[in-house]
Design a protein around this ligand. Sequence first.
Ligand code: AHR
Length: 500
Amino acid sequence: MKTAEITLDKDYRISLIDKRLYGSFIEHMGRAVYNGIYEKGHRTADSMGFRRDVSDLVKEIDVPIVRYPGGNFVSGYNWEDGIGPVEQRPRRLELAWNSIETNEVGINEFAQWAKLVGTEVMLAVNLGTRGVDAARNLVEYCNHPSGTYWSDLRISHGVKEPHKVKVWCLGNEMDGSWQIGTKTAEEYGRIACEAAKVMKWVDPSIELVACGSSSNHMPTFPQWEATVLEHTYEYVDYISLHRYLGNTDNDLGEYLAQSVDMDEFIKSVIATCDYVKAKKRSKKTINLSFDEWNTSQSCRINYDKKPEPWMIAPPLAEGLYNLEDALVVGCMIITLIKHADRVKIGCLAQLVNVLGPIMTQNGGPSWRQTIFYPYMHASRYGRGIALDIKVNAPMYETKAFGDVPFIEAAAVLDEEASEITIFAVNRNQDEALALKGNLNGFEGYKVKEHIVLDSKDPKAVNSAEHPDTVVPHTVEIVHEDDIITVLPKLSWNVIRLQRV
Ligand code: AHR
């Protein structure tokens, strides 16, 4: 059996991981909100209409933060439509997704759901059709304690305590022609700066995310980031990154290697932020919010084949993820962990139904997709200090990225529990690989558990009828000299070591 080698050193640390790296995203799109987290009349619905079976799955992941309410949706959204008595809320044509928005769920309901599942809300403001005024009013409505028009209006809606929303996105994908109210970098930079300034005047404790490019494949990338930051540097804390991968050429080797592109994307954005920092002679560092990431392989949005227009909660960007997709999600989350010194927020897009790790049937069951598992494992076992892991693994050749190692890996140290978790994907389609470990300074650490997600059939999926086709299992621990364990071919691995 071929071997791969990893080296860790107790003194080589990347950074303490911000737990918000394991966040997610819920948009008013398709069946994410309506018939996703919320379905009045469902047998598991609580008094508010939130599905308990879905909330339980969200809690199982332990999602630390959820971005809301969009996405493309937010660029046409009047947040005031979603407050006050539900029966008086307007129905609107929702132009981002060609649907009807009933506004049954708005900021107060969503904040209540967030409390229920133990997560923090990350709110986006509309800088497409609206601007500074609506943004500052929303901050006042959500975060000001009382005694002003908007805060007292919130109280009159039955919400005494402010929501204390900490992180705010200044619009969404404003560089994209598909966005309602698309802008040039100059136009966006100016409005984002003014909105940011005034939002922080209302609540100086908030953190702000400026829109970066919709992906590194946009023609305006990375000049967009440079221009936007030149305008907003003083007021913002993060710049956003979005990236969806896909097996467009039906070539698994290429597909599995695409996290290399995500890695390059992160490095380029860091370089651009630091270029503007140098240009401005600033002491402040802008961090990264990777607030939309996933593979969209099985959920590609087909803009030519839109569903019937003006439906409520039409199924959009839904599909069943297979094992291959789960491995790609694993590689993506490993890439985020490896950049934990600069990527502070990450949002798997999205959480339920729309590109979701959690799926539901209207009136029926909910289940875990294959991609649920790497995401849940990272969120549960990936809290602590990201270690600077060195991987020496056999390589394979790709068309797009040259030679790529078969093993993608990251390591996280939980100092308090004296535990190290290694996350690893074996991209090898034919062979298992033995994993050797040099654990410098971690004497006495031994493998206590090795969890594997793999499948005889890489195209296998979980469905409503067969929810447990691809599920993680533990494997026997190898105790042979410096071999830590064996990574099965095409597998996601969580190797948990503890000091004995
Ligand atoms: O997550 C689906 C959509 O993808 C979001 O609305 C948008 O921001 C991105 O293009």
